[in-house]
Design a protein around this ligand. Structure first.
Ligand code: NCD
Length: 295
């Protein structure tokens, strides 16, 4: 199995990931290792910058007893000599048992999966999808709020170019939730995603940061994907301590990180801030994903 998009992922698969992730939490917390993928190799092919995704996948593989190869700067690879992605994939599948790929072009992970006989995991393809991030986001919510059904979400920021929220919305459609979408006017959630999920969950586009949410999910305005720098500057927004004080006592604030200005650093000490817990959960969730996909 490949993991390319959150669209069409089954509830059973999500439940399997959550169950396994829970069993791996202690290993991740204690920074020890198990033998579940001993003798297996993960290849991480990162054609775009990454801190958390790359390091947490590598950590996850080490904690499963496996090995890691890969690159994080395509300039040091034959891509800079003009090698096409399909050739790179055919080579790397001979060296490894699973491939994690991040690439600036939408559809690149799907293309890699077509050429690969080993599982391919999409770690972000342009502004399209980032399914493992959405799985760890949902897992964070289930751990921190102890449930997902019945919650109201405020998803804020760059909903147009932000791939994490595209994946998250597809996964949320499996639950009984209400989603409020807030973005600068030029950065709305793609209509086709809204259309697809709104038959299953209530989706409302709101024109300000609303306080009546159980989960506030903020995203970075994706500067690198903006054709016009002026448009980027006009699109900035911020969640500050004043806004956070108006939230419900037990609301949580999430962010896939990296954070730039969208959440003021003064919010970090507020008990509602859960973005660093969220990035930690990337390890057990990615351990679960790797162990389910690699046979
Ligand atoms: C996100 C990404 O790369 O899409 N980062 C991540 O994987 N945690 C979010 C972002 O870059 O804004």
């Amino acid at each position: 199995m490949d993991l390319i998009t959150a669209r069409g992922l089954s509830k059973d698969f999500i439940d399997d990931v959550f169950k396994k992730a829970k069993t791996y939490e202690t290993v991740a917390k204690k920074k020890t290792a198990v033998d579940d993928l001993r003798g297996k190799t993960l290849a991480t092919l990162f054609y775009e910058p990454s801190t958390r995704t790359q390091l947490s996948f590598q950590t996850a593989m080490h904690r499963l007893g496996g090995d890691v190869i890969g690159f994080s700067d395509p300039k040091t690879t034959s891509a800079s000599k003009g090698e096409r992605l399909s050739d790179t994939i055919r080579v790397v599948e001979g060296y490894s048992d699973v491939i994690v790929i991040r690439h600036p072009l939408e559809g690149s992970a799907a293309l890699a999966a077509e050429y690969s006989s080993i599982p391919v995991i999409n770690a972000g393809d342009g502004s399209n999808q980032h399914p493992t991030q959405a799985l760890m986001d949902l897992y964070t919510i289930s751990r921190e709020k102890k449930k997902i059904d019945g919650l109201t979400f405020l998803i804020a920021g760059d909903l147009k170019y932000g791939r994490t929220v595209h994946s998250l919305l597809y996964l949320l459609a499996h639950y009984k939730v209400k989603v409020m979408l807030y973005s600068p006017p030029s950065l709305p959630m793609p209509q086709w995603i809204v259309d697809e999920v709104s038959g299953r969950i209530e989706v409302e586009v709101v024109d300000r940061l609303r306080e009546d949410a159980d989960v506030v999910y903020a995203t970075r305005v994706q500067e690198e994907r903006f054709p016009d720098p002026e448009e980027y500057r006009k699109s900035l927004y911020q969640i500050d301590a004043d806004f956070v004080e108006k939230l419900k006592e037990d609301a949580i604030i999430m962010h896939p990180l990296p954070r730039v200005k969208e959440i003021s650093p003064e919010v970090d000490k507020n008990p509602r801030a859960k973005y660093f817990e969220q990035s930690f959960y990337g390890v057990p969730v990615r351990m679960a994903i790797l162990s389910l996909l690699v046979k």
